[in-house]
Design a protein around this ligand. Structure first.
Ligand SMILES: [Fe+2]
Length: 171
């Protein structure tokens, strides 16, 4: 696959992640704060898609190329999660479970690799830095706020620590 096509595939994945979060927002529409939280998650994914679009147009060089296997795996995962996210009686824990599946998939690591060589105006670079946050911190804080089960909170705390460690993020 040539590089612009690779960007296109991952733009679609980010869009897919965004629409999953919009499904969750609709499911919990009666709880304004919770519904808005999922919209914010959806907007983050839109920003990822936008940054990839910028890279595609700028001809950003991809140094760590995602494999066909990774792409197939993510395609399968998103299909599976879409079916779950539209279940009308989806429980809060199940919604967080979907978010955990998205955020702990390979998509975030691949995204980081795709934007690694980005160059451009300062606002683009600033956006790149802004996006380098721990994906699980926001989810864990929301989990506490909206009352998910202890087991979900424990998984999130564990994933949060692991991501800090892997990405060398300083708190
Ligand atoms: Fe994303």
């Amino acid at each position: 696959m040539i590089q612009p096509q690779l960007f296109e595939v991952f733009i679609q994945f980010e869009e897919h992640a965004s629409s999953l979060y919009l499904d969750l927002s609709a499911r919990f529409g009666e709880n304004l704060a919770l519904s808005w939280f999922w919209i914010e998650m959806a907007m983050d994914e839109k920003q990822h898609a936008g940054l990839l679009q910028f890279c595609k147009e700028a001809g950003t060089v991809i140094s760590v190329v995602p494999t066909d296997e990774q792409i197939q795996h993510l395609g399968g995962l998103f299909k599976e999660l879409s079916a779950k996210a539209t279940k009308p009686d989806l429980a809060l824990d199940e919604a967080f479970d979907i978010a955990i599946a998205v955020e702990s998939s390979e998509i975030n690591e691949i995204f980081d690799n795709l934007i690694k060589n980005i160059t451009g105006p300062l606002y683009v670079i600033r956006k790149k830095v802004e996006l380098a946050i721990n994906h699980f911190t926001k989810l864990r804080e929301a989990g506490v706020r909206f009352g998910v089960s202890k087991s979900i909170l424990e998984r999130l705390a564990d994933l949060e620590q692991r991501e800090d460690f892997v990405r060398g993020l300083v708190k």
